[in-house]
Design a protein. Structure first.
Length: 416
């Protein structure tokens, strides 16, 4: 048996890397490790580690069992077992989906990973970040310096996987599966992986994974056009009373803004060989519109201070370097700040680790331009006054005229 240890046993891993690994064949199994919560781990143990993936395509739902886990652990409760499992010579791959919040030098999961890797004493292993971070392999390598025998390939991962609801449990039961933790997912899935392996790994190419050294181009396309647009849909959606991403993309005001934001992002991209970006964007609109999937604006809009830093500053700098201030990128930031403003009515309650700090900035500022200059620098580093002032002006429009006015103002300034 050859083993993968996966850190971050949430929904996404179970509908993405686990599905690809099962499809790759061979003698591979996965030990899944959750951070603190016992909920998924206890449920999986109670059902012998089997679970189902519900592929939701409009009104069609396909239920498939997945049987690839060999154990499920909670890092906070069983840290020594996690370290031993990473150190075990039978483990040759570690994958991670620990959310943007997990990538700090003092992060608990990374500390266990560091200990486990150190105990291998140079025995080769491949460690693969599958989080939505630019240059995720490079970021992880930077946080785990000085280790011998470890490869950190970069990846682009894609499949829209919302939170599980009681309705998904019911649908699994209807199909004959008693599963307390089924995972809903869209039909689309993609994994682009840099073929830098130090060790044995599943034949993922056989399962449809694209192996290429040009992950950076794919990753920028996905993080900007999909995740960046998702953020705007979430914040404008929350402000306009939409609980679902599908309702947000169906709202003509938001859709116009999302399309124009797509143009701003597209201009910044180096399109990878083989990608038709027009078709990709059309497909994205359909994916966002998958209403039965039930993807919530609240989920996509949570942790914005951690997510937007992956989606905003690099493309903003691209535009500023060419002499233009991108209004829809500015609107994305303004809508985020408006959602964090105490007292503003929203169609959900997206959390954020910096909520208190941002609310304090909002409370102290005399006007929107002052707020935007401070907030933009705190969130993204120095981007210069022209972008921050555009954010401030759109934030004022959001307060005085609402989302209709703010979108009109941003669209009115789009360069054609
Ligand atoms: N859900 C999607 O559609 C999707 C798609 C592509 C990529 N991803 C990536 O996967 C990540 C997880 O998504 P999910 O849907 O599985 O979420 P989830 O909430 O179901 O699971 C999150 C997992 O991360 C762990 N975690 C949370 N905070 C952590 C921290 N500070 N340190 C270490 N571990 C922590 C949790 O224990 C849990 O196992 C996303 O943040 C994103 O980077 C998700
Ligand atoms: O996963 P996050 O929290 O980084 O971002 C929220 C969504 O944009 C994201 O989960 C997408 O659904 C996903 O990246 C699609 O592959």
């Amino acid at each position: 048996m050859t083993r993968i240890v996966h850190l971050g046993l949430g929904s996404f891993h179970r509908a993405h890397q686990a599905v690809y690994t099962a499809a790759a064949g061979g003698d591979w199994s996965i030990t899944g490790v959750a951070h603190r919560s016992r909920r998924v781990v206890d449920a999986l143990r109670a059902q012998q580690l089997h679970y189902t993936v519900l592929t939701v395509d409009g009104e069609r739902v396909e239920v498939e069992p997945v049987d690839v886990l060999d154990d499920a652990l909670v890092a906070a409760d069983e840290p020594d077992t996690v370290v031993a499992r990473i150190a075990d010579p039978a483990t040759t791959v570690v994958t991670l989906t620990i959310t943007e919040a997990g990538y700090t030098a003092d992060g608990a999961m990374l500390a266990l990973l560091r200990d486990g890797l150190a105990r291998r004493r140079g025995a080769p292993i491949t460690v693969i970040s599958c989080d939505n971070l630019a240059d995720n392999g490079g970021v992880l390598r930077g946080l785990l310096p000085g280790l011998d025998g470890v490869a950190f390939p970069s990846t682009m991962v894609d499949r829209i996987v919302p939170r599980t609801t009681d309705e998904h449990v019911r649908l699994a039961r209807e199909a004959g599966f008693e599963d307390a933790v089924p995972v809903p997912a869209e039909p689309f899935r993609q994994w682009v992986l840099q073929p830098q392996f130090a060790s044995a790994h599943p034949d993922w190419a056989r399962a449809g994974v694209t192996l290429t050294d040009d992950v950076a181009a794919w990753e920028a396309v996905k993080v900007r056009l999909l995740n960046g647009t998702h953020s705007l849909l979430a914040y404008l959606g929350l402000l306009r009373g939409h609980e679902l991403i599908a309702d947000a993309i169906d709202d003509v005001v938001i859709r116009r803004a999302a399309d124009a934001l797509g143009d701003e992002y597209q201009a910044t991209l180096r399109v990878p060989a083989g990608l038709d970006v027009t078709a990709y964007r059309a497909q994205l609109r359909r994916r966002f519109g998958n209403r039965a999937l039930g993807h919530r604006t609240e989920q996509v809009g949570s942790d914005g201070s951690l997510k937007l830093v992956q989606r905003i500053p690099a493309p903003v700098r691209w535009h500023l370097d060419r002499g233009s201030v991108p209004p829809l990128l500015a609107l994305s930031v303004a809508a985020f700040l408006r959602c964090r403003t105490p007292g503003v009515e929203l169609a959900g309650s997206p959390g954020d680790p910096r909520a208190a700090e941002i609310a304090a900035l909002i409370g102290r500022a005399h006007d929107e331009r002052e707020l935007a200059r401070t907030a933009v620098t705190r969130l993204f580093g120095e981007l210069g006054p022209s972008f921050a002032d555009r954010v401030g002006d759109l934030l004022r429009a959001l307060r005085t005229g609402g989302t209709d006015d703010a979108v009109a103002e941003a669209l009115g300034t789009v360069r054609t």
